[in-house]
Ligand binder design. Structure first.
Ligand SMILES: C[S@@+](CC[C@H](N)C(=O)[O-])C[C@H]1O[C@@H](n2cnc3c(N)ncnc32)[C@H](O)[C@@H]1O
Length: 252
């Protein structure tokens, strides 16, 4: 009985927990979009318009149980590795921050990889829908996870393209020659060996003012060093850590 009540209330309450997110600046420039728009040491994002639907969808997705990991992970080569959807998803407070960023920056193209079960994607997509402009390109090579994500994203709106493959193999095919990436969310394999080359591809397709978000920067010492390098890369005008695990960088 108590667990049923908790489950019903969770999507309504969860967005109000830890709403203010600490912002730790690494590089600051008063002319940068993020510095002008996100002054101070905390980000207090608005609640995403579809937060209740997204969180209800996330609960239902998690109830489908563990799903097999993509073969691109070393762990999956050793055996039958699986993950429960809740263990790989962006948390609601960060989802609100992503939706808030989209609503204020009004991007034409948002790129995210990987999609996993579509939870972060739903937050980005909700902001795009609210803006009435832009589209989300989201990449996921795990076909089982991508099929679940597709069902989830559909509930928010049609302004997305889900590519069942890696970002690296497919971005040239789906991004128009004149299009630029305005916001990118790099949330795939969390090692510098993958993240740094992926960032280089994003940078080639970005423009001044584009924002790159990096997830799990505190995942390992390798990722912490990788973030330190990125945070002081002169190709960025401003960089900051959002909460403990997301890095944000604005292209110069
Ligand atoms: C941590 S999960 C993503 C979670 C999701 N962004 C969210 O917050 O709900 C990482 C995902 O990246 C996918 N992936 C790994 N390498 C990739 C690549 N090169 N391109 C696209 N997706 C990739 C994995 O299959 C996995 O589903």
């Amino acid at each position: 009985m108590l667990s049923t009540i908790k489950k019903i209330l969770r999507p309504y309450l969860i967005n109000y927990v830890g709403k203010k997110i600490p912002l730790t600046w690494e590089l600051k420039d008063p002319s940068a979009w993020i510095c002008k728009n996100w002054e101070g040491e905390f980000l207090n994002p608005t609640i995403c318009p579809d937060s209740v639907l997204i969180e209800k969808t996330a609960i239902a997705t998690n109830e489908q149980g563990s799903q097999p990991l993509w073969q691109g992970y070393d762990e999956s080569k050793k055996g039958n590795a699986q993950r429960k959807p809740d263990t790989v998803r962006t948390q609601p407070f960060m989802g609100n921050a992503f939706c808030h960023l989209v609503q204020s920056k009004k991007p034409k193209v948002v790129v995210e990889f990987g999609t996993a079960f579509g939870i972060s994607g739903m937050y980005f997509l909700s902001g795009i829908k609210k803006n009435n402009q832009g589209r989300l390109l989201t990449f996921e090579p795990n076909e089982i996870w991508a099929n679940i994500a597709d069902e989830n994203l559909k509930k928010i709106g049609p302004q997305y393209l889900l590519i069942k493959g890696t970002f690296e193999d497919n971005i040239d095919r789906v991004l128009g020659p004149e299009e630029k990436i305005d916001i990118a969310f790099i949330d795939a394999i969390h090692t510098s060996e993958f993240v740094l080359p992926q960032m280089e591809i994003v940078l080639k397709k970005a423009q001044s003012g584009s924002i790159i978000l990096f997830d799990d920067i505190n995942f390992s010492s390798d990722m912490l060093n990788c973030w330190k390098k990125i945070a002081h890369d002169p190709r960025f005008i401003a960089t900051a850590t959002l909460g403990e695990r997301v890095g944000i960088a604005e292209v110069k």
